[in-house]
Design a protein. Structure first.
Length: 481
């Protein structure tokens, strides 16, 4: 109680903020009502929320009520007996705590913006088609596929690990520490990815595009970690405009290269400017193990391989690919904004489910229900996006059931792996994704079965394992600390 319980003479007014024990008239007749009823009504709030009579006794004694006054006015021996009587008369009424704000609530608009910056770079491959092919094809694949894939996979893995390390620096040392990490790691990753592309034979245009792709991915990682998605969107406008123009008429090779160069250069300039703005005099954060971000990079490598095989599977099998891989991968990148929003919703809903649970099985069931609802919502969104992109993609047939199921299985692997990573569980999704990528690649090279069927079986098994791990871990209180 905020006020002090005390006794006052009958002619002295009681302050509004204090709780006064009502004083019965000095000459109360024997047949009058029990004054304890009045006291119980006056102290109803205190008595209703008390979990033990001693709490009420402490309030009575703090108010200055003596044993003599208790005996004379209420006919009880002491404050403890009086408190027990009040505790028995007033029913328990513990108020519900106020609703807890969701710490993981995120704006859908922010996730939509990130979805755009994940998807728009795909138009760059349309503009760069003349550069990648070089006018030649090797076994059904464009001549520049090797350098491009090597550069993309290395950059994907490197920047996934770099982003994790920069986020750790951001949490422990602020923006200056994150800026220093990105200033060193970004250019180094771009150089390594470019070198990987140059090691493989291919047209000069493919090597140039691979170098620009590596530069763009390093800049995009920097801008996304430091919260500059809008700058990245502005840098992508030339490529987006050129890609949209190709739906009507393909622009000249020089014009396409100029648009690509404008995007890569604009993103790099924005990243450099953003890093320079983070320079400060804050102390250095605690040191990190060189291997702290390794599982995140391996997870990025596994996801990159799975996505690349899904995109190029038909061509690698020499079946005269149908061209439906492009729409599928575009739908997958478009769904990443929905995936991020549902990931935040999953974390918030999981906390609510654990707060309502009263038993360990109830906690596990609540976590499983939240996971099932979130992943079902994500897969539904991915299926709708896949159908929409196939309808809008020029000359693309509708995806067949096997391809759609394989794409959904891949989406389940990506979303569940990212969910586990968000809880700091990195090695499990990394190893499972690498195992799935290795299995699918081996089956593709050995021509065991159809690529879509391989992807469906492999990704379904990996997704089931990841979901089992996620359900078990999210059902523990310690996971949500």
């Amino acid at each position: 109680m905020s006020g002090v319980l005390r006794l006052v003479p009958p002619d002295e007014p009681e302050p509004a903020h204090q709780l006064a024990v009502p004083v019965p008239p000095r000459h109360r007749p024997r047949w009058a009502a029990d004054p304890l009823d009045d006291l119980a009504e006056e102290m109803a709030d205190v008595c209703a929320t008390a979990v033990h009579p001693d709490e009420i006794a402490a309030v009575l004694e703090a108010g200055g009520l003596t044993g003599e006054q208790i005996t004379e006015r209420y006919g009880r021996n002491d404050a403890f007996e009086l408190a027990e009587e009040l505790f028995a008369r007033v029913p328990r009424s513990h108020p519900e705590p106020p609703p807890r704000p969701d710490p993981w609530r995120v704006s859908p608009g922010a996730c939509l913006l990130r979805s755009l910056v994940f998807t728009l770079p795909g138009f760059g491959y349309t503009l760069a088609a003349p550069l990648i092919t070089g006018g030649r094809h090797d076994g059904g694949l464009p001549a520049g596929t090797g350098p491009l894939a090597a550069s993309a996979l290395l950059a994907w893995a490197w920047n996934q690990g770099l982003a994790h390390r920069a986020y750790l620096r951001l949490a422990t040392g602020g923006r200056p520490a994150a800026g220093r990490c990105l200033a060193v790691g970004g250019p180094l990753g771009a150089l390594l990815a470019t070198a990987a592309a140059l090691l493989l034979p291919g047209p000069a245009g493919a090597h140039a595009f691979a170098a620009g792709q590596a530069l763009y991915l390093a800049a995009a990682t920097t801008l996304l970690v430091l919260g500059r998605e809008r700058l990245l969107l502005y840098a992508l406008l030339p490529t987006a405009a050129g890609g949209a123009a190709t739906l009507v008429e393909k622009p000249p090779v020089v014009a396409g290269a100029a648009l690509l160069l404008g995007t890569a250069g604009g993103a790099a300039a924005a990243a450099v400017r953003t890093v320079l703005q983070t320079r400060g005099t804050e102390g250095r954060p605690p040191s990190l193990s060189p291997l702290a971000s390794l599982p995140y990079g391996l997870f990025g490598l596994g996801c990159g391989v799975l996505t690349t095989v899904a995109a190029l599977g038909d061509a690698l099998r020499h079946t005269g690919g149908t061209g439906t891989a492009g729409p599928a991968v575009l739908a997958l990148t478009l769904s990443m904004g929905v995936a991020e929003w549902l990931l935040h919703r999953c974390r918030g809903r999981a906390l609510d489910a654990l707060a309502r649970a009263t038993t360990v099985p109830g906690m596990l069931l609540g976590a499983a229900r939240v996971l099932a609802l979130c992943i079902a919502a994500y897969l539904a969104a991915l299926a709708v996006l896949s159908l929409a992109v196939a309808l809008l993609w020029p000359h693309a047939p509708l995806p067949d059931p096997t391809r759609t199921a394989a794409l959904l299985a891949l989406g389940a692997v990506l979303w569940t792996g990212l969910t586990l990573q968000a809880y700091g569980i990195a090695w499990t999704p990394a190893l499972l994704c690498l195992a799935a990528a290795g299995t699918e690649t081996t089956a593709l090279v050995l021509c065991v079965s159809a690529p879509a069927r391989d992807q469906l079986v492999t990704c379904t098994c990996a997704a089931a394992a990841l979901l089992a791990v996620a359900t078990a871990l999210l059902g523990r209180i310690t996971t949500h600390r």
